[in-house]
Design a protein around this ligand. Structure first.
Ligand code: BV8
Ligand code: ZN
Length: 253
């Protein structure tokens, strides 16, 4: 595939990407924290990101939780409060509109745990890293959705066995939910176009889905203000904010 890298999303690249999207029959979209940035939700690795001042292992790991569940829960609860007060932005809405416009031709895979895709109208996106809104019991393993923010008491206690519950997210060193990851892999294998929005492509195995799309030599589009490590391999690396580029002409959402 030819590679078009534009200084900002040039009209030609936007138009070409939009035409490719319009003609695609099996679209896979992979999103990361950047798609929620314009909803005011800090990303992970941009300056001022969620993990500023902390190493990821300090917060998003089983060891950290075992060491100090209240500390780790404090961070997750603060994120729940911030996301509950946030709204989906035009990027989330553009993807939900594209999904409605292309029934059966569209799969959304997200690394995000904020649930903003669902609040924008996306139906059951594949959540590779779980959800802020899921609680899992450390005792009996039961899971429940809970939308209250802030949570009290913290850490929450399992309604069934009273053991403390953990956030229903995937921590570093933990396996991704197998069914979700297999579905995401299968979707990328069958895709005839992959759109990657707002991820630094640093976290595996999610980033491996992008590598696979590039290996398959199908049209690939990246939407990110900064070129990522895989920008060179993209058919179109559209430099811009998701909330500006996606609704504009890429998805005519
Ligand atoms: C595992 C949930 C098997 C919790 C998260 C292979 C190679 C290298 C490393 C590994 C590997 N295999 C495993 C590893 C280790 C590790 C890993 O990948 N580490 C990295 C850091 C090197 N992976 C794991 O541990 C995974 N598990 O592999 O299990 C195993 C099991 C046992 C023993 C060994 C192996 C589990 C990974 C999941 C971790 N959980 N989150 C929570 O959210 O608290 S990851 C976390 O990072 C989030 O889910 C987030 O989505 C994800 C990725 O970050 P991004 O979404 O990309 O966000 P980031 O801030 O990095 O980037 C934002 C981007 O947006 C930037 O590019 C920016 O330019 C852009 N942007 C900014 N504004 C905008 C924008 N874009 C568009 N518009 C804007 N306005
Ligand atoms: Zn329990």
């Amino acid at each position: 595939m030819t590679q078009e890298h534009d200084p900002g999303p040039s009209p030609a690249a936007l138009e070409a990407a939009r035409t490719a999207l319009a003609g695609a029959r099996r679209i896979v979209v992979l999103t990361g924290a950047g798609i929620s940035a314009e909803s005011g939700i800090a990303t992970f690795r941009d300056p001022g990101g969620l993990w500023d001042g902390f190493k990821a292992e300090d917060l998003a790991s089983p060891a950290a939780f075992a060491r100090d569940p209240a500390f780790v829960w404090g961070w997750y609860d603060a994120r729940r409060v911030r996301v509950a007060a946030a709204k989906p932005n035009p990027a989330h809405r553009a993807l939900a509109a594209l999904e409605r416009a292309r029934p059966g031709a569209f799969t959304l895979v997200t690394q995000n745990v904020d649930g903003l895709h669902q609040r924008a109208g996306s139906v059951e996106p594949i959540e590779l890293h779980g959800s802020l809104w899921l609680l899992r019991c450390t005792g009996c393993g039961s899971e429940r959705r809970d939308l209250t923010a802030p949570l009290t008491p913290l850490p929450p206690a399992c309604p069934r066995c009273r053991a403390i519950e953990r956030p229903g997210v995937v921590w570093f060193g933990e396996f991704l939910p197998e069914e979700a990851f297999l579905r995401a892999e299968a979707a990328v294998e069958a895709a005839d176009l992959v759109l990657v929005v707002g991820t630094s492509n640093l976290v595996h195995p999610a980033a491996g889905l992008v590598v696979r799309a590039i290996e398959r030599d199908i049209p690939t589009i990246e939407v990110n203000p900064e070129p990522t490590r895989y920008a060179e391999g993209m058919t179109w690396a559209l430099a811009g904010k998701a909330g500006v580029v996606l609704p504009s002409r890429v998805t005519d959402g």
